[in-house]
Design a protein around this ligand. Structure first.
Ligand SMILES: Cc1ncc(COP(=O)(O)O)c(C=O)c1O
Length: 390
């Protein structure tokens, strides 16, 4: 378990969650610095991070730029929604989970004219309906969707939706919070104008800021659109371009950790290497859970390798609170479900966790289930590895 071991005297729990995530010791150690926000070293670090993120998005600095934004991922989302929809614009939000609903909620608080297309949480959006909506509703100027809906783990077809948005001349915004860095995304090919992710997801930095990859031509058209000072996307970009500095106090320690996290991503073989580890975590997890008799909420063909929702076992002895607490006492942190119409819990495969950690979690789950007296039915599909979307 390279890179994730415990500091003497501490025993960190392993986080099988959608975030915050387990990080390597070297990433944490990189924070043991006090960098001045106007220091040349810090300005160089910010520049390197911005460039490296463009490489991960497979785009060139002629066409795209990276804007770093203080705060968690939601602050980055709110920056895009509040700064890129024209004052008289209309936003189409495609929803099949809690994070899609959050985008619509952000737009509603900002009093942005919004249309939503809602789908069941175990269903990918209907591309024909999206095209029809854009065709008939001529007022839509912006379209947004979540890539991996962390509510369930479903992966939405961002390339196909991007093609539709481009066909109807709408700006296209993707919340790739839980996928960027571990699922290959070519922004230009997917026709993405804005993509948001954050420091403590698949790049395995610590929490503290989000980042937005922006198509330069689109961003430069947004003068006067911002509905917030601190979350003004164009303002933040202009500040960073002017002198390489943040407009307001930057998360210096989180940025130092992020530079180390990017180096560790590269050492692992970049997005491809990380995808391979997470996919192996996923296959080990789902194979083991199925063998015990657990069932996933999603159909395998819609499921990504980032996070998996499992249905509660059909046994009166099962209580999620007891299950969670018992695993927690064994140092494994899982996550409650977020699905509206089914009782589920979630297990994430992302962060500094390896196949051996997943196997240890599976052993702890088997022990916990026995302690609780829960009986699970072995299913025939148990031994077969599912095919997942990427
Ligand atoms: C897809 C998605 N969008 C948005 C968020 C919100 O990010 P944060 O909690 O960092 O604000 C998350 C967090 O897990 C997410 O998975």
């Amino acid at each position: 378990m390279k890179g994730r071991r415990r500091i003497a005297g501490w025993k960190d729990k392993i986080l099988f969650t959608p975030g915050p995530l387990t990080t390597s010791q070297t990433v944490k150690q990189a924070m043991l610095r006090d960098l001045g926000s106007r220091d040349v070293e810090f300005i160089g670090l910010v520049k390197d991070i911005r460039n490296k993120l463009l490489e991960l998005g497979q785009v060139s600095p002629d066409q795209y730029t990276t804007v770093l934004m203080q705060g968690s991922g939601t602050f980055g989302l709110e920056a895009v929604v509040s700064s890129t929809v024209p004052p008289d614009g209309r936003l189409l939000v495609i929803v099949n989970g809690a994070y899609g609903r959050r985008l619509a909620a952000i737009a509603s608080v900002l009093r942005i004219d919004t249309a939503t297309l809602e789908y069941a949480e175990n269903t990918t959006p209907d591309l024909r309906e999206i095209a029809d909506t854009l065709k008939t509703d001529g007022k839509i100027t912006n379209v947004s969707v979540v890539h991996c809906e962390t509510t369930t783990g479903i992966v939405n077809p961002i390339r196909e939706i991007g093609e539709i948005a481009a066909k109807y001349g709408a700006k296209y915004f993707v919340d790739a919070m839980s996928s960027f860095g571990a699922v290959p995304i070519d922004l230009a090919e997917c026709k993405i104008d804005y993509l948001v992710s954050s420091a403590n997801k698949c790049i395995e930095g610590v929490p503290g800021f989000s980042f937005i990859l922006c198509r330069l031509n689109s961003l430069k058209e947004t003068a006067g659109y911002a509905r917030s000072v601190s979350l003004d996307l164009l303002g933040q970009y202009q500040g960073l371009e002017k002198n390489g500095q943040f407009r307001f106090t930057p998360p210096t320690h989180a940025l130092a950790a992020f530079r180390q996290a990017l180096a560790e991503l590269e050492a692992e073989g970049g997005v491809g290497g990380r995808a391979e580890r997470y996919r192996r975590n996923y296959e080990t997890l789902v194979g083991g859970m199925r063998r015990m008799g657990f069932t996933e909420y999603l159909k395998p063909e819609d499921q990504g390798y980032i996070i998996t929702s499992f249905l509660y076992p059909d046994d009166p002895n099962f209580s999620f609170e007891k299950f969670y607490e018992s695993l927690n006492q064994k140092d494994y942190v899982i996550y409650p479900g977020k699905v509206s119409d089914a009782d589920c819990f979630r297990i994430g495969n992302i962060g500094r966790i390896f196949e051996a950690d997943v196997k240890a979690l599976l052993a702890a789950i088997a022990e916990t289930i026995t302690e609780m007296g829960v009986k699970l039915k072995y299913t025939l599909q148990g031994s077969k590895f599912p095919r997942v979307r990427s």
